[in-house]
Design a protein around this ligand. Structure first.
Ligand SMILES: Cc1cc2nc3c(=O)[nH]c(=O)nc-3n(C[C@H](O)[C@H](O)[C@H](O)COP(=O)(O)O)c2cc1C
Length: 322
């Protein structure tokens, strides 16, 4: 695939499990963000204004703060949690944020999101309990979490000056190493960079299946709900998820094995629930009764919507280049 979106800057959500102004955890979070590699952008997402989760409020018109939080989380490729320990577990504000982001069912912003954990305490054992409690919740949220290096920042008051700068050289080096490891690990989980980059790699493989007469992998990424449109190379167009899905399936049946295709992506981007690519699709396909090889180039725009945490094709416009 020819595309300009590899090695994108990773958007890292930073969630701090303390609300107090002089929080040690926030100071450590800032120290971590300051040591992030250039290819990672840290975005502090505030959780203190989230109303306590109440399923009764989570209908068509949920609290604005919940929607803003969910939107912000969806714009990130991974999350870093920096938290103190309250009574050997995670503070309520952080658990509330996890609960808010995990709902409604099937729409969790956390599903599949790579995570890192740093626990912080003025006491010796570095908030081990909260670090582990958070990991326990990640199991149910289906979040992959970096295992090593672990980060239990104990005796934190002795590691910072009045302004929150890290005075201990070993700690400073450890924080830098932690961020570098986190970046490497996130890119292992999402090899293309952002989840849409990874999806686009999959998209090209799906296009290849299609020009070989196999529509099954395309079927898996075509929306089954809500609005859908297809402007076909023949000049006609269809509307509606069912009609569009049926058409893709029928069209694929006209291709024989032995084709190949390449997506020349000129623009691609994702933001929140939506993503698109636009460019050229070059194909050598065997079409018709005799399966003669035909070369074609299409001008293509495709739009995807996140449904249950997965990108689904909601619009395709393909015109032949004459
Ligand atoms: C309700 C509450 C419970 C706490 N429980 C623990 C605990 O279990 N383990 C611990 O190491 N510190 C505990 N502490 C002390 C915190 O580690 C300390 O207040 C720390 O500074 C809080 O983090 P922050 O500086 O980021 O706000 C607790 C503090 C509060 C307010």
């Amino acid at each position: 695939m020819t595309n300009g979106i590899e090695h994108t800057v990773l958007q890292l959500a930073v969630l701090v499990g303390s609300l107090r102004a002089q929080s040690f955890s926030r100071k450590i979070a800032k120290a971590l963000a300051a040591r992030a590699p250039d290819s990672m952008r840290c975005r502090f997402i505030e959780i203190g204004n989230l109303p306590l989760y109440n399923e009764d409020l989570d209908g068509d018109d949920p609290p604005a703060a919940w929607s803003a939080f969910r939107r912000a989380m969806r714009e990130c490729d991974a999350a870093l949690f920096v938290t103190p320990e309250y009574n050997r577990s995670i503070p309520g504000c952080l658990k509330n944020a996890l609960d808010v982001g995990s709902r409604p069912p099937g729409k969790s912003v956390f599903k599949g999101l790579p995570a890192g954990v740093v626990s912080v305490s003025p006491s010796k054992i570095g908030a081990f309990g909260s670090n582990q409690a958070l990991r326990q919740t990640f199991v149910f949220l289906d979040m992959p979490v970096m295992q090593q290096p672990e980060a239990y920042i104990g005796n934190v008051a002795e590691l910072l000056d009045d302004k929150g700068a890290v005075t201990n050289a070993d700690t400073a080096a450890f924080l830098e190493d932690f961020m570098a490891s986190l970046e490497t690990w996130i890119r292992t989980v999402h090899p293309g960079g952002s989840s849409f980059d990874a999806f686009m790699k999959q998209r090209e493989k799906i296009a290849e299946d299609y020009v070989n007469g196999d529509a099954s992998s395309l079927k898996a990424i075509v929306t089954r709900a809500g609005p859908a449109t297809f402007f076909s190379p023949r000049g006609d167009h269809l509307e509606g998820a069912e009609a569009v899905a049926g058409r893709y399936e029928r069209d694929a049946a006209s291709f024989h094995k032995g084709g190949n295709t390449d997506l020349e992506v000129l623009q691609a981007s994702s933001s929140g629930d939506l993503a698109f690519w636009s460019g050229l699709q070059h194909a050598k396909a065997r079409i018709g009764k005799n399966g003669e090889t035909t070369e074609m180039t299409l001008r293509v725009t495709e739009v995807f919507r996140l449904e249950d945490g997965a990108f689904k094709l909601v619009h395709r416009h393909a015109d032949p280049v004459h």
